[in-house]
Design a binder for this molecule. Structure first.
Ligand SMILES: NC(=O)c1ccc[n+]([C@@H]2O[C@H](COP(=O)([O-])OP(=O)(O)OC[C@H]3O[C@@H](n4cnc5c(N)ncnc54)[C@H](O)[C@@H]3O)[C@@H](O)[C@H]2O)c1
Length: 266
């Protein structure tokens, strides 16, 4: 087990990718603070206990500084340290053309997806700096790195912001022994990507994505969780400031089409 004795905070861990990250890190031996704005945090913390792991569930909104401070104090009070922070909580936001997006919709997406990681990191860092060691892993998206998504302007902007945040923070805190990296998932099958929790009630046709992705399948939450476990472990001690795409090769699809075109034209 690569994370024996470590303590990890995972935000947005009540479902989807965050839940799988929490379970995966627990299987690797970490004690987990399961953080979510909903009561689902308690269910996931119970799942970890069923795996004979140690966990605490804390209901906390990552946009609320007071709640975040209380949460960090509770985690340190219970476990005594914080080795890993996974900034995973995120929302998809409106699927609208720019002129249709309301100012408050823009603000909400930026608040959860970009200000949230800033606030939680700001609260956790003094603990990691004191320890002179820590791993921060931000869950961005290919929407903020390589390809934009049509009708996801605030989402793409927030995730691109998280990429800049990751690189700058890695430079600022490297001398304290703290590694900061970001993961850009491609299309991962969760409630967010399936649109079940989308206010507009949209759903996604998985077959379109399966055909476009070189590995011919959608991603699973485990695909991201396994990468988080690696980045959180000592195996990744010399990796920092990196933006790691985990998308089954989806963002290579334009490159992959070139040879086909070339041969067809001959
Ligand atoms: N699913 C994908 O295809 C995909 C692709 C790229 C990136 N991502 C990113 O991965 C992360 C997880 O996505 P998911 O698909 O599991 O989403 P999801 O909607 O299934 O789960 C998100 C979780 O975050 C929680 N949350 C939302 N707002 C919060 C807040 N203010 N404070 C605390 N918790 C909050 C929700 O309650 C939920 O449990 C997100 O940051 C998302 O942008 C997902």
């Amino acid at each position: 087990m690569r994370l024996n004795g470590k303590v990890a905070i995972v935000t947005g861990a009540g479902q989807g990718i965050g839940r799988e990250i929490a379970l995966c890190l627990a299987r690797e031996g970490a004690r987990i603070a399961v953080i979510d704005v909903t009561d689902k945090a308690f269910t996931v913390a119970d799942e970890i206990k069923l795996l004979n792991g140690d966990s605490v569930a804390i209901k906390c909104d990552v946009t609320n500084w007071q709640e975040i401070n209380n949460m960090v104090n509770d985690v340190v009070g219970k476990f005594g340290r914080i080795d890993v922070l996974v900034n995973n909580a995120g929302i998809r936001g409106p699927r609208s053309f720019i002129t249709e997006i309301k100012e408050e919709e823009w603000d909400e997406v930026i608040a959860v997806n970009l200000k949230g990681p800033f606030l939680v990191t700001k609260a956790v860092l003094p603990v990691m700096i004191k320890q002179k060691k820590g791993k921060i892993i931000n869950i961005s998206s290919i929407a903020g790195m390589i390809s934009g998504l049509f009708g996801a302007l605030p989402y793409s902007a927030s995730k691109a912001g998280l990429v800049g945040f990751t690189r700058s923070l890695a430079v600022e805190v490297g001398s304290y022994g703290i590694n900061v990296n970001a993961i850009c998932p491609g299309f991962i099958a969760t409630e967010m990507s399936l649109g079940k929790v989308d206010k507009g009630g949209h759903t996604v046709d998985f077959d379109i994505f399966r055909n476009e992705v070189p590995l011919k399948r959608e991603g699973k939450p485990e695909d991201i969780a396994n990468l988080v476990a690696f980045l959180a472990s000592d195996d990744a001690n010399y990796i920092t400031g990196q933006i790691i795409v985990c998308d089954g090769g989806w963002t290579l699809r334009l490159v992959g089409q070139h040879p086909v075109k070339f041969y067809n034209n001959r």
